[in-house]
Ligand binder design. Structure first.
Ligand SMILES: O=C[C@H](O)COP(=O)(O)O
Length: 219
């Protein structure tokens, strides 16, 4: 498979993830730096959506934010409010975390009821289900895929970062069972162009990484 620089750059969601508590100045400088690249999205925490959207939209770029990140453990009302606010503030896409504790407790209906209004509010905009693959068994990962499809979210985000790296096996498992029915954004631990190319060859549609500049600059 011949993977070009464009193939990689154009599917990256650029994250500042490696900096756990960035200052507003650090965030703005990161966002301004992404303007020099042709990334798919710039990822931003909810607090920064409004200010980052002003910068990115003025330059014709888009941003994605996160909801109930990283464990999906916010209560339902606050998740709904967070989605409403994120969209009002200018988010173009959202990565919504599944309630991992409820899921691992097998409260699948609760997990779905929690997510359903959030997905409906997206009104056709892209959202991805963060299912935290590294905390799940293989059977649980496949169960999360079923939930995504039942909710009409045909796009997964594997892991939140924070030291949880996505493996090729996690991606291959989903691709083996669901093929093109589920798109995957690999997230967590993608650090080099070799990592990026290996995940593209495994079938991912998007790459969220805090090494976006380094990866593209090395291609
Ligand atoms: O949301 C995206 C994450 O920050 C990606 O994970 P990473 O920080 O390990 O690259």
């Amino acid at each position: 498979m011949n993977v070009t620089k464009y193939d990689v750059e154009s599917i990256i969601d650029a994250s500042l993830g490696a900096t756990p508590a960035p200052t507003m100045t650090q965030v703005e400088s990161f966002v301004r730096k992404t303007l020099n690249y042709n990334f798919k999205m710039t990822l931003t925490e909810p607090f920064f959506i409004k200010s980052n959207a002003e910068i990115l939209h003025a330059a014709g770029k888009q941003l994605c934010s996160v909801i109930s990140y990283p464990l999906g453990s916010m209560n339902h009302k606050s998740k709904v409010l967070q989605v409403q606010t994120a969209l009002k503030d200018g988010a173009d896409e959202l990565d919504i975390a599944m309630d991992i504790s409820a899921f691992k407790s097998k409260h699948y209906e609760k997990v779905k009821e929690d997510l359903k209004p959030c997905v409906e509010m997206m009104e056709g905009r892209i959202c991805k289900l963060l299912y935290f693959a590294s905390l799940l068994t293989e059977d649980e990962q496949l169960c999360a895929c079923e939930i995504a499809l039942e909710l009409g979210i045909p796009f997964l985000k594997t892991n939140p970062g924070y030291g949880y790296s996505t493996t090729l096996d996690q991606v291959k498992l989903v691709k083996k069972h669901y093929g093109d029915d589920l798109k995957i954004m690999v997230s967590g631990g993608v650090r080099t162009k070799e990592d990026a190319i290996a995940f593209i060859e495994a079938g991912v549609s998007r790459i969220a990484t805090s090494a976006s500049f380094e990866i593209v600059d090395s291609l």
